[in-house]
Design a protein around this ligand. Sequence first.
Ligand SMILES: Cc1ncc(COP(=O)(O)O)c(C=O)c1O
Length: 369
Amino acid sequence: MSEAPILLTPGPLTTSARVKAAMQRDWGSRDPGFVALSTRTVERLRTLAGADESCVCVPLQGSGTFAVEAMLGSLTRPDERILVLANGAYGRRIVEICRRIGRQVEVYEVAETQTHDPAEIARRLELDPGLAAVAAVHCETTSGLLNPVPEIAAVVARAGRRLLLDSMSGFGALPVDMSGMDIAAVAASSNKCLQGVPGLSFVICRRADLGTRKGVAPSLVLDLEAQAQGIEADGQWRFTPPTHVVAALSEALDELDEEGGPEARLARYSRNCRTLVDGMAALGFETALDPARQAPVIVSFREPGEAWFDFTTFYDALCARGFAIYAGKMRDVGTFRVGTIGAIDSIVIERFLDCARAVVTEMKQKLIR
Ligand SMILES: Cc1ncc(COP(=O)(O)O)c(C=O)c1O
């Protein structure tokens, strides 16, 4: 087997040898040792979100979208309308989920390079008392854009509504303080800034919000209230837990603590991002976003509109040199993406830049010949 490339992607991403090693043991799902590990892991996630004991962290088997769908379906009733703030594919996915599960939405969509106007959010909430909740995306991974969560949360709280936040590609690095920021619920997963492996997602929310919406979830497996009941009763998951993923996440949380917590992790990702953006600029690549709106998670670069550039060739050549990048996802502009998260530092980014320089030179020379 050839050596796996370093993943400069938004998750799954490059994990440490230690996180991978934690998956060597097979756990029985009812083994008291596993139940204790799972209970502690879930508690640690709640604490990371700045949530007190009035909140619960409900883990789910499955990728991030499972948690987003569970959050929307379990924390809103069919008669409660949701204002969705969209500026990328993940905001639009929230709209699609709501429609599928029979939740009424109003969509406030802005361009993928822009953020929402807090005054307009306030105006819409004031005009429509039927809007019970606002759903927003923290880092819009489509572009890498950082949505201003504290400002959004403040407007939503002032209007007396609940904020349901998809912090999939931010949680573990970008600040999330459920008590301080007045956020009603956060959905995230194991395999992004937490630097675990894929297979587990979770929602942290208020017990009271779940309790008053018992039975509203339109799905058996994505029913947060029922899942929370099961787990809080005896620490056991309702259905087969992803045991190896939980063990890997527990190890990844130890690593996060040892690194100095989300603040230190954000500082490392920020160094990675600065090194990447500066190095790519020297090679002639421009970012798609205004630097003020860029989250240090993933960067969208405009595809050069020049004859030498072809994404597939660029991707394959980088992969052959040991780095996997990501295709673009922005709607109106041709881009490709490079992630800055995972068990990597700026030295790895420097090595990537050396490879990118060599590939660009090679691609341009091929065109001349
Ligand atoms: C912001 C955001 N929300 C939701 C998702 C969906 O997660 P998954 O692909 O794990 O289902 C992603 C995935 O990248 C994401 O970045």
